[in-house]
Design a protein around this ligand. Sequence first.
Ligand code: FRU
Length: 519
Amino acid sequence: MNIKDALKFCFLVLLIISCRNKEAQQEPSANTVKVEYYSEAYRPQFHFTPEKKWMNDPNGLIYNDGIFHLFYQYYPEDIVWGPMHWGHATSEDLIHWTHKPIALYPDEHGYIFSGSAVLDKQNTSGLGTKDNPPLVAIFTYHDSDAEKVGRKDYQTQGIAYSLDNGASWTKYEGNPVIGNDGIKDFRDPKVFWHDETKQWKMLLVAGDHLQIWNSSNLKEWEKASEFGKQQGAHGGVWECPDMFELQIEGTDETKWVLLISINPGAPNGGSGTQYFIGDFDGNTFSSDQKSNRWIDWGTDNYAGVTYNNTPQDDRIFIGWMSNWTYADDTPTEKWRSAMTLPRNLGLQKIGDNLELISYPIENFEKVVTKGSKKEVAIEPAHKEVIPYKGLQQSDLRFTTSSRDFQLVFKNQIEEKLIMSLDPKRSEFLIDRSRSGKIDFQEDFKNIIKMPVDNLPNGEIEFRIITDRSSVEIFINKGQYVMTAQIFPNTDYDELVIANTSDVLMKLYDFGIGEVEGVW
Ligand code: FRU
């Protein structure tokens, strides 16, 4: 090659490199962008989070045509709550999600607060056709200007429809479909089709109680009944209702379950979700339940609701993994908060009680690599220390008949997340007071308590799932559940199991599963 050719060659190489660099700058591949945000501090690796900015309640949970939709309360401008939009993501398995453009923007009627979505199969609304039935979203309009000037009627209900399986949405021109007669907190419509009465049912919360409304076309609504002024927990406003029928496992009998989130007034402070087991006659819900019951005793499972239109009629629940007490203050920078793992709900008779069970969906197993299972025996008043690098993103399981032990997730700087089962008080406790960053809010260090007074005797499963900044605990396959956020300064990498009893403790099928990231 002569000098001229060599120069030409060099020039060509430089040109190609510079073009490549330019391409790389202009169009980062989807993968690079994703991997980048998944490496942000505290970013969960297998729980749903928004790409950036603020998220709260799950909304419009619906399955249609092979796709699970997840809409959510979203503020695209900041990492604190603000004018609400509906963000949107889709999934085929409820584990791997694809982010979609914002589905609903605020308009002249107000911000878009929480709500639900239905498939209007018969086109009762006339918003689609019989051949292309519409998805209809039903949500609350929140008029912040009206609120600011002291009016009480600032929340009304609106609808929007999609004819392309959720890709684009049109607001109904006759909005709002339900006005407001002066009820201050009047929101969070959950709509479902009720086959026996051939009607749409809407659950709405009105301050301290539930209202049930009927419609034949999703546009005109009539109030049918009320529930709850004198029942259940009332430490705060009622929010985000849901109601569905479940078969009691092992029987032909069914019961209706009503979910009501309240804030504040949860047993461990701030936000929480109570449930009622009862009957629904097509117009009225009734329950003779005496005690207050909670779907999750942890501090961080709020505003959760279930999917409409699932393939096998499964009852799949997703909650917002935060608490209004400190939601605005948690130590993340680019995005705020995650959803719980999707959980299957069921009803079981345990002892004399009917209990609502919630347990991670079967699909979650796809991303868990099962570690080898073994038997572990710990002498009375002894502990077993297990170093394990992946403890911050793991699925720990074992069965035991012991009811007297402590589990500690620890890191190299002596931060500890302590969980203990105390048989004397029949309580399961989470102590996150030394778990990492805790001082962004005063109450975050409080011990979280769950009464476990109806645990059956014998071997039961304990399952603890961690994902960077969260821990989800399922005892006896979801009879008792706790969800909590944690913010350790470095990863936990040592598990300590302490036998606090005076008899030998045996753990069967003990294994720590590794969980894959879902990007
Ligand atoms: C529950 C809630 C709902 C409301 C939404 C507003 O967390 O307060 O009642 O619709 O959040 O973002």
